[in-house]
Design a protein around this ligand. Structure first.
Ligand code: ADP
Ligand code: ZN
Length: 650
């Protein structure tokens, strides 16, 4: 523990004092360099063409002097050299400090002697300059690389140069659609940034940090920009992950620069995208081996946030889609103590978002925005923007003047299930399996109470994994499900596999994903929602479990017996429901065959067609209809649930 701290401290010291580090590094290099170059630097004024140099010991030199075997001696700072009487040899030796007798002896013998400088100015200069140049070269090389990777300079330390760039976005609240509540919540921040004085005078506590929580593409960045745009203040944007890619210590330094700059330009906004990259809970981080760089950056961020008072009009907005993994320290009062949910849009929201993005595109009169919105439940703002753009591209490719409803539909389908791959040929056997499988889903969806209605069944392969799919429409945007609806979903999921068994007599791997989802639903009913007798109301699994917890060997909080009971319950309910599903399919054999026939003919069939087939079959066979009369037109409020796209893998 203390060792670890120590290490961090060291790191901090060097990282936060790059100039000192630089100076120390230079000195070391120079000393090393001098060790190699120093001695050789001595120039030799005694040397003539035919002389040989011979190393001798100090005492030898003394005796040479005593015997008058040398005629001239030169004394340097660390060397002595002497030329032999016949001029054929140069003796060199190191000086022995503290010996003064040599000079006396030289005087006594009458030998000529003088002092000399061991280096000349050129070697002297070069010896000092070269390592400096080398270091500066290396330094500049890395600095320029760092500059590239972080979009700001680190060479500019201590200079007035702008290190973190800001923008003044033109984005307004009107550009952000379908997130009315979130907009309301940040309205106050706009006000504060516009008129900080008012709030400071009253002594109101304005939040310093606001966490924008929501799935990717829901418009968190857009909203943050709009806050800056509305308040007309500079917007400093960084991504949490960009800190981690950098050299150790640079992340923390960057945070410091960022805040310095933002405070200088106050009122201003700092936006940190993907804050989970640095703000991951430290406990979770330790499990993964820890990350010094991340921790340093996080600590620096916390220190900076604590470092200025609420009277400094700098607001830090941060975005994440995984608030549950964030370090608790980030959420303390005075930090990101306010969370704003930027949710996926509902029907109304989708209409508004689509309209925002259709503004800049020429739309045909036949375009029905609500229809598109109805089909795109579950898509985020970014997906919707993409749908509009894709449709425009499609229209362009077909040299149309405007975007037609047809283009939008095609674009929606792509967004929902990946690119239509008409060209990919599936073999007839596979086609048959897929047709029965999907018809099985569709039949169960229409004849089970509480199940989502079918909007479309397709056996056109889409993307790589999905061979066919059944789109189901929930009655409304659902944030809650009742128990019978969950069971209905299980039945619909089992319908695919059961149809394969009943009509083909053999089962395929295509239902793997269905079965997994069915199992998960039942498990959640037991573990999380208190919907079984096994655990009663006892919650076995916390719903907001850290994503690491699952794999990290989190201790199970219930007994072995409970686990066994649960397994048994899941298995037996699946069996029981499967039996009922098979019975239903047997009962509706003719309807399934009709659906499959139509699917073969058209590849895509609509929910209306499915319902018509089933109702006709029921009439012919005197079965009381289980299909609720919902036509595609009447079902105006119905929406496609993208998560229900059947991802059957083969
Ligand atoms: P996030 O930051 O939540 O991942 P972004 O703000 O980067 O999402 O959204 C990406 C793009 O998607 C935006 O630039 C915008 O074009 C579009 N977009 C997303 N949400 C919305 C919305 N609510 N209203 C309008 N456009 C949106
Ligand atoms: Zn399936």
């Amino acid at each position: 523990m203390s060792k670890q701290e120590n290490k961090n401290n060291n790191n901090n010291f060097f990282n936060q004092n790059p100039l000192i580090t630089f100076a120390m590094f230079s000195v070391v290099v120079i000393l090393v360099f001098k060790m190699f170059v120093g001695e050789g630097g001595a120039n030799n004024s005694l040397a003539t063409t035919n002389t040989r140099t011979q190393q001798v010991s100090y005492s030898e030199l003394k005796s040479l002097v005593a015997s008058k075997s040398v005629k001239k001696v030169e004394i340097g700072q660390s060397f002595i050299r002497a030329i032999s009487t016949d001029g054929s040899k140069i003796y060199t030796t190191r000086i022995v400090k503290g010996d003064t007798k040599l000079v006396e002896e030289l005087d006594k013998q009458g030998i000529e002697y003088s002092g000399f400088s061991e280096t000349n100015w050129f070697t002297e200069m070069f010896g000092w300059l070269f390592p400096f140049l080398l270091i500066i070269g290396v330094w500049m090389f890395f600095a320029s690389r760092m500059q590239k990777s972080m979009g700001g300079g680190i060479l500019g330390m201590g200079q007035s140069k702008k290190m973190v760039s800001s923008e003044k976005p033109k984005t307004k609240f009107d550009d952000v659609a379908g997130v009315e509540e979130a907009k309301e919540e940040v309205q106050e921040i706009v006000d504060f940034l516009k008129y900080p004085g008012r709030y400071v005078e009253i002594g109101a506590k304005i939040p310093k940090g606001v966490l924008l929580v929501g799935s990717p593409g829901t418009g968190k960045t857009l909203l943050a920009k709009a806050v800056a745009g509305e308040a007309e203040v500079p917007f400093f944007s960084v991504s949490g992950s960009s800190f981690i890619e950098m050299f150790v210590g640079v992340g923390a330094a960057r945070v410091r620069d960022l805040f310095e700059q933002a405070k200088k330009d106050a009122p201003s906004i700092i936006f940190i995208d993907e804050i989970d990259a640095i703000g991951k809970s430290r406990a979770a981080g330790a499990q993964m081996g820890g990350n010094d760089e991340r921790e340093q950056t996080l600590n620096q961020l916390l220190a900076e946030m604590d470092g200025f008072g609420t009277d400094t009009p700098v607001i830090i907005l941060a975005a994440t889609n995984r608030p549950e993994i964030l370090d608790a320290a980030l959420m303390r009062p005075g930090r990101f103590d306010r969370q704003v949910l930027v949710d996926k849009p509902d029907f109304e929201g989708r209409v508004k978002i689509l309209k925002v993005h259709m503004k800049s595109v020429k739309m045909d009169d036949d375009v029905d925005v609500e229809e598109v919105a109805r089909l795109t439940a579950g898509l985020a703002g970014a997906d919707l923007a993409n749908v509009v753009n894709e449709a425009a591209l499609l229209a362009g490719r077909k040299s149309q003047k405007t975007v037609k409803q047809k283009d939008l539909f095609e674009s929606v389908e792509r967004a929902l299930a990946g690119l239509a791959k008409k060209s990919r040929r599936i073999n007839p056997k596979e086609k048959k399996i897929v047709a029965y499988h999907e018809s099985g889903h569709a039949l169960l969806a229409e004849t089970t109470e509480g199940a989502k209605k079918v909007s479309k069944v397709s056996i056109v392969p889409r993307g790589l994994a999905a061979l066919g799919y059944t789109l189901n429409k929930p009655e409304e945007d659902k944030f809650m499900m009742q128990r019978h609806e969950l069971w209905a979903e299980v039945d619909v999921l089992l319908g695919g596999r059961a149809a394969e068994e009943v009509f083909i007599g053999e089962i395929s791997t295509g239902a793997g994903n269905d079965l997994e989802r069915a199992t998960d639903i039942i498990k959640s009913m037991v573990q999380t929602y208190g919907m079984s007798d096994i655990a009663g109301l006892m919650v076995l699994e916390k719903s907001r479990q850290s994503f690491l917890g699952a794999g990290g060997g989190a201790a199970r909080e219930y007994s072995e017996k409970m686990a066994e009971d649960m397994d048994e319950f899941i298995k037996s309910s699946l069996e029981e429901h499967y039996k009922a599903v098979v019975a239903r399919l047997e009962e509706y054999r003719g309807a399934i065959e009709d659906m499959v026939a139509l699917l073969y003919k058209k590849e895509n069939i609509t929910g209306d067609e499915v319902r018509e087939i089933i109702i006709n079959f029921e009439k012919e066979n005197g079965i009381d209809s289980k299909v609720s009369e919902v036509s595609d037109e009447i079902a105006d409020e119905l929406k496609v649930d993208a998560s229900m796209v059947d991802q059957d893998e083969k």
